[in-house]
Design a protein around this ligand. Structure first.
Ligand SMILES: Cc1ncc(COP(=O)(O)O)c(C=O)c1O
Length: 333
């Protein structure tokens, strides 16, 4: 075989896990972004459909390397769904079993997808906070503690979570914009994304502005702007917003934070589909609303990046369904 032929053959040898990361970056053209260029990094293009594939690969690989798990171990995790899908993908390839504890507000599509992958799913209450025995994270930790040959993945405290973004997401953004990136708008779930990006850009471009998009009801914005927070409320956007400050959080480069309502988020996600043809998840509506607000406030041209963290296919029976929008008071007709 010729050298070129061998190269093509090697490319075709790629496994599914090799497709994680190296996601495209697109420039938005259908929105008024003032003096700024606004780019979306399409994390829905990961094989599990979300940004969480990156951390699933990183956390499982680290646990294997540290001898915390071996073939056949049971992995237990608390997740809004996307981390679960990423873990299911990697666990399947590496011969591990998986049990997930998921709050009951999460979309049916994610649960159906997970069960179809052979994952055991335990649903728990969405209306209780940290410290309650039925809170999804407390429940997952307890189950892992009570089960032999199991490991609590714990994306909220696992250093391999931010490491995935420090070593992949950050360098990709830097490379894709030739280093000319001025601000990144992030949502906060486990805080792995913002923490990893912060660590990378502290080394590469410490004057970058990190911007937080936070659902109304979450405590993150209050914490970063005032240093304290009260009791959390509830919100319907999935995957971002918290009722506590994740232990791995690094907010040291945060220059602005915006509170975004569910109504704004869902309306913006639907607008993104209509204007640009991008079918994104509910949190993309939150991030994009905050990113546009930030862009319009700038008095100098800036290159701003935000994320399509997951695909809108997971929300077809929710925010993309007019009946659901009307029933939930987000649309009148
Ligand atoms: C659906 C979804 N999951 C997760 C995240 C990021 O979460 P984390 O803070 O856990 O990295 C985002 C960020 O926007 C998101 O939209």
């Amino acid at each position: 075989m010729s050298n070129a032929g061998q190269f093509i053959f090697l490319i075709m040898q790629k496994k599914v896990l090799d497709l994680i990361g190296n996601t495209p970056l697109v420039k938005l053209s259908g929105f008024d972004t003032g003096l700024c260029n606004l780019y979306l990094k399409l994390e829905d293009r990961n094989p599990g459909g979300s940004i969480k594939d990156r951390i699933a690969l990183s956390m499982i690989t680290a646990a294997e390397n540290q001898g915390l798990i071996k073939t056949g171990s049971l992995l237990v995790e608390a997740t809004a769904g996307n981390t679960g899908l990423g873990l299911a993908l990697v666990a399947m390839a590496r011969g591990h079993k998986l049990l997930l504890v998921i709050p009951d507000k999460m979309s049916r599509e994610k649960i159906i997808h997970l069960k179809a992958m052979g994952t055991k799913v335990i649903m728990t209450r969405s209306d209780v906070n940290k410290g309650h025995p039925e809170y999804y994270q407390d429940m997952a930790e307890r189950i892992a503690g009570e089960t032999k040959n199991s490991w609590y993945v714990n994306q909220f405290g696992n250093p391999a979570n931010p490491l995935a973004h420090e070593t992949t997401t950050g360098p990709e953004i830097f490379r894709q914009l030739d280093g000319k990136v001025d601000a990144i708008v992030c949502g906060i779930g486990s805080s792995g994304t913002i923490t990893g990006l912060t660590r990378y850009f502290l080394k590469m471009k410490p004057d970058i502005e990190m911007v937080i998009a936070d659902p109304a009801g979450s405590v993150i914005k209050d914490f970063v702007t005032t240093g304290s927070f009260g009791e959390a409320g509830s919100w319907k956007v999935e995957g971002i917003g918290e009722d506590f400050i994740p232990p791995i959080a690094d907010f040291s480069l945060v220059k602005a934070a915006y509170t975004i309502t569910d109504q704004e988020s869902f309306t913006m996600a639907r607008k993104l589909l209509k204007k640009e043809g991008i079918l994104a998840g509910s949190s993309t509506g939150t991030l994009l609303t905050a990113a546009i607000k930030y862009c319009l406030e700038q008095t100098m041209p800036k290159n701003v990046v935000t994320f399509v963290c997951d695909t809108g296919n997971k929300y077809l029976t929710r925010m993309y369904d007019d009946s659901w929008m009307i029933e939930n008071g987000f649309k009148t007709e």
